[in-house]
Design a protein around this ligand. Structure first.
Ligand SMILES: O=C(O)[C@H]1O[C@H](OP(=O)(O)OP(=O)(O)OC[C@H]2O[C@@H](n3ccc(=O)[nH]c3=O)[C@H](O)[C@@H]2O)[C@H](O)[C@@H](O)[C@H]1O
Length: 447
């Protein structure tokens, strides 16, 4: 055998566990002065602390039981960006519990997604008013002025409704909410809305209306008990159909916008989760909802603003001066429809991700049943605002708009007595009153 050398190679153990300590190294440590040793110990501890605080799991929410894998894929990273540090901890859980507490006999506990949105705010208030437990969820994105969403949040807070700040794509957060509260129902209203904006930002529609919806259903199917889900589809699924009024039995395979296509996809996804997992699912096709606390991206809203400012408003017309009309539906009628759907929703039949039997699957139109031309809407606003609009008639752009909508609501009437009662004139009067109290009249002459 070759004689042993004193090279470092000699210190590599041939078998794990059989490493023999080199006494000369040991002796060398003994000769390091104590001050130096203390210094190196602090440096070492410092490095450990830095590593700990920089690690992904410690940057996620403080109460989250999750920890990220050590190697993050790009999708993990994008999901990470959805996490906020604003949730978690005993005080947060207490707020969640208090908000979701049922305060009436036979009440239900509802997770309302998109609670800081227009319809979400109104539905949350109506549920709370009758004693149901309500917990909101909203990501407060800036599709339109987030300060309006914050104002709606304050409104809800005053009635004891807490909105958790988070995204429906955040599975860790959703799981946590279902761990704390065994929700009986989910009112799913979080979505990327708007027909025309889909050409500007298509991926946001896929992110919220498809990926987000699937993520929510994944959590719901695994929940025990599984909740019943009522969610917002859209009148836009009728797309290029020409037969009126639109009935739930009509074809919906000709969407005119990506928005419509993602809502239609949602209806098919609902079918799948109902079929495989026994989730009870009800889709509501809303027809151009308007009213106080509404969405600033919608025509009735920004027409009001621009008429008051003396700015021209673009009024679309179809080919050959064809009328463009909508079945504008007042928010209180939509709220009645949402509550009716929640109250008639049957329980999901599965549990823990397994189907135990067939479950309810429904789709309803929620409209007003009397379409009004957009030019008439402008006429009503002119009278209410006492300002003449600067009308700018334009050809209906090819950006997703359809020429008209008109709901047949006989199915919703039969199932839960749905009966809209507010006509456009009355509803716009309430909207204008709210608008002026919230923003001021902002008339050009006032400035
Ligand atoms: O029912 C729905 O499912 C959808 O309703 C709503 O879409 P729409 O019915 O298109 O409402 P909205 O934009 O207010 O335009 C109203 C009318 O004004 C016309 N319009 C619009 C803009 C303009 O500059 N000029 C104009 O004439 C326009 O041609 C239209 O005739 C929601 O935004 C959508 O998220 C979805 O919920």
């Amino acid at each position: 055998m070759p004689s042993s050398s004193s090279s470092d190679m000699d210190n590599i153990p041939s078998t794990p566990g059989k490493f023999k300590m080199d006494k000369s190294h040991y002796r060398r440590w003994h000769h390091i002065p104590l001050a130096k040793l203390t210094f190196y110990t602090f440096v070492f501890l410092g490095l450990i602390l830095v590593f700990f605080f920089k690690s992904p799991s410690s940057t996620s929410s403080s109460s989250s039981s999750s920890s990220y894998p050590s190697s993050l894929s790009s999708s993990d990273l994008s999901r990470r960006s959805l996490k906020t540090n604003s949730w978690g901890g005993p005080a947060w859980e207490k707020r969640v519990r208090s908000s979701a507490r049922i305060r009436s006999r036979n009440g239900i506990s509802v997770l309302v997604t998109g609670a800081a949105g227009f319809v979400g705010t109104h539905v949350s208030m109506a549920l709370k008013r009758r004693g149901d437990g309500v917990l909101g969820l909203d990501n407060f994105n800036d599709y339109y002025d987030p300060s309006l969403k914050r104002a709606r949040q304050s409104l809800l807070e005053r009635t004891g409704i807490y909105i958790v700040e988070g995204d429906i794509n955040d599975d860790v957060l959703l799981k946590k909410l279902f761990e704390i509260i065994p929700f009986t129902h989910v009112m799913h209203l979080a979505a990327q809305a708007g027909v025309r904006y889909a050409m500007e930002n298509p991926s946001s529609y896929v992110h919220s209306n498809i990926a987000g919806f699937v993520n929510l259903l994944e959590i719901c199917k695994n929940a025990n008990p599984q909740p019943a889900i009522v969610w917002a589809s859209s009148s836009s699924v009728y797309g290029l159909n020409t037969k009126v009024p639109f009935s739930e039995k009509d074809r919906t395979d000709q969407p005119a916008s990506l928005y419509a296509a993602t809502k239609k996809a949602g209806e098919e996804i609902a079918h799948t989760y109902n079929h495989i997992y026994g989730l009870s699912l009800t889709g509501l096709r809303f027809f151009t909802v308007y009213g106080p606390w509404g969405r600033p991206d919608m025509a009735y809203f920004f027409f009001t603003r621009d008429i008051l400012k003396g700015k021209p408003i673009p009024i679309f017309e179809a080919a050959n001066h064809g009328t463009v009309a909508r079945d504008f539906t007042y928010i209180d009628d939509i709220v009645k429809g949402c509550l009716g759907a929640l109250d008639t929703a049957e329980k999901s039949t599965g549990s823990g991700g397994k189907k135990r039997g067939p479950a309810q699957l429904r789709v309803f139109n929620l409209g007003n049943t009397s379409p009004v031309p957009v030019s008439d809407l402008v006429g009503i606003l002119e009278r209410l605002l006492k300002v003449k609009a600067k009308r700018m008639v334009m050809k209906l752009p090819r950006n997703g708009d359809v020429q008209f909508t008109h709901a047949n609501i006989s199915f919703a009437r039969r199932e839960f007595g749905y009966k809209p009662t507010t006509d456009l004139q009355t509803g716009l009067k309430k909207f204008v009153r709210w608008y002026v109290s919230y923003y001021g009249s902002g008339k050009k002459s006032d400035q």
